[in-house]
Ligand binder design. Structure first.
Ligand code: NDP
Length: 295
């Protein structure tokens, strides 16, 4: 790499805007056929970050012509009450997608709640059957989880060479790391999954033609871990203090962006990379669910 090398910036906002425009057109076509696309958002408790995410998702719905039904529930709601709500949303014909904002409070059985969501309305793709199908050769889930689907779409949009590429995924969570690894495997990458017990991360990451960082540790991935020319997708969203910022803090990823962009071939910024894609993919899944409801 020359001293003044700059990686291509992977513009998640721009790719997401294209997807949202397509979703808006599909929602308008459904409206002409008398179907108003509807997404139910279920939020339990008062976690400020969860409130922010749900607010952003509802605003995005409004912008593309999807109606959102908001269910804000007290943090001490019982398992039975929440299950009854999911049952009622499953039965409603004006609700095409159901989103339960995670994490749920500890007294609730998250897996059971997710498995109660009708497969046809599982627009977050977290139903165990959808995740299971993702892991099976020759099977496809009804819906892909939004963040991992957004990661793949960004790589596609910028021409990442999937077949035979060495891909490294940092993180093995149910909602990001593991489904990303499964999707990259489906795209014929050779995938290495790393986690908190992995040894010698720098050495493993240096092999990556495609790197997905989903750990939640600010700037953990150093510039000299990056293979020259690699595609780097930074899912991490970490708030760090910054006295020069208006509210005294700012968002950074898991990758040291300044250093990595001097080595990588293409890289996502934080914010403006994966975040906008997550919402766009949720909207796309919801309009797909509504179209399928007519078939
Ligand atoms: P989790 O906390 O569920 O998972 C983190 C993963 O990172 C775990 O597998 C953990 O390993 C691994 N890990 C933790 N520390 C290290 C370390 N030092 N070295 C290697 N691996 C480590 O987080 P999520 O998957 O939910 O989220 C990851 C990040 O992505 C967060 O910053 C989150 O805010 C962000 N995010 C962003 C979204 C977006 O739309 N932009 C959407 C969702 C998440 P182990 O399994 O061993 O504990």
């Amino acid at each position: 790499m020359s001293a003044d090398h700059q990686a291509t910036l992977i513009d998640g906002k721009a790719v997401a805007a294209q997807i949202r425009a397509q979703v808006a057109a599909r929602a308008a076509a459904l409206a002409e056929r008398g179907v108003r696309v509807g997404l139910a958002a279920v939020l339990v408790g008062d976690n400020p970050a969860s409130h922010t995410y749900v607010r952003m998702k509802r605003k995005a719905c409004a912008e593309v012509g999807i109606e959102s039904f908001y269910h804000a529930l007290p943090k001490d709601i019982s398992q039975a009450e929440l299950e009854a709500l999911i049952d009622s949303l499953n039965a409603r014909s004006d609700v095409h997608g159901i989103l339960v904002q995670l994490p749920l409070p500890a007294h609730l059985d998250e897996q059971r709640i997710l498995s109660l969501i009708s497969l046809a309305k599982d627009v977050d793709g977290f139903h165990p059957l959808n995740i299971g199908r993702l892991a099976m050769k020759g099977r496809e889930p009804d819906f892909l989880p939004a963040t991992p689907a957004g990661v793949i779409r960004l790589l596609e949009a910028y021409g990442a060479p999937f077949t035979g590429a060495d891909a490294v995924v940092l993180g093995r969570s149910n909602i990001v790391g593991m489904p990303c690894a499964l999707l990259l495997t489906k795209r014929d990458c050779t995938v290495t999954i790393c986690h908190s017990r992995s040894r010698d991360l720098p050495q493993i990451v240096r092999r990556a033609d495609i790197l997905v960082a989903a750990v939640g540790r600010p700037h953990m991935v150093q510039g000299d871990w990056i293979k020259p020319g690699a595609f780097v997708i930074d899912v991490g969203t970490n708030r760090i203090s910054d006295q020069s910022a208006k509210d005294g803090s700012r968002l950074v990823g898991d990758v040291d962006f300044e250093a990595a962009q001097r080595v990588a071939g293409a890289i996502t910024p934080v914010p403006g990379g994966v975040g906008p894609m997550t919402i766009a993919m949720l909207l796309e899944n919801t309009v797909t669910a509504a179209e399928r409801s007519l078939q």
